[in-house]
Design a protein. Sequence first.
Length: 209
Amino acid sequence: MTQRAAREPGVSRDSVVDTAIRIVEENDLEALTMRRLSAELGTAVTSIYWHVGNRDALVDLMVDKLLADMRDVTVGGRTPRARITSLCRQWRQRLWDHPHLIALAHERNKTLAMFQPMQAALARELHAVGMRGKDAAVAIRGLQLHVVSSVVIERTAQRGPTTEATDPTAWPALTDDPELVAALAAPVDYRAAFDIALDALLDRIVPKV
């Protein structure tokens, strides 16, 4: 490795990892090659190896960055319920934003490490309202399942075939509620559905006061 390859201006370990993440998230893991990465960065392949090692080591660095992002939790809201809501929305958004990295973390057996920061943050909020032990664990897992399943369902719907709009004539019992029929015929608002189900869960876990 030459000093020139090791010190090319504008190229750093962080820039290599960030560019690799962008390539994967915009495509998939198969799109990540050292040749493509070097072309994106405008540098030699040898410089990439100098900064991050081989491709497998690079994938580990990408997963490490995802884990660091999942640990960077910002809790918003004045009440435990509001803070739990903000945590679940953040959690959902991060899973939505990084599908390929999430898959990589799972392949690297890092799923528990990825979810633990959010679980710990939820536990602190549940402790604030006196919920501890097994009850808190069940509540945390219920919220986690809701977050994860909402992302999976929406991703699955995106990948599935396009379906025709609901036929209004299939709702003879609802002729007195045309607004409902029209709304059910419209595309699903997954964020709204997530929020209303989250509110229902929180009514059981942290009732409004």
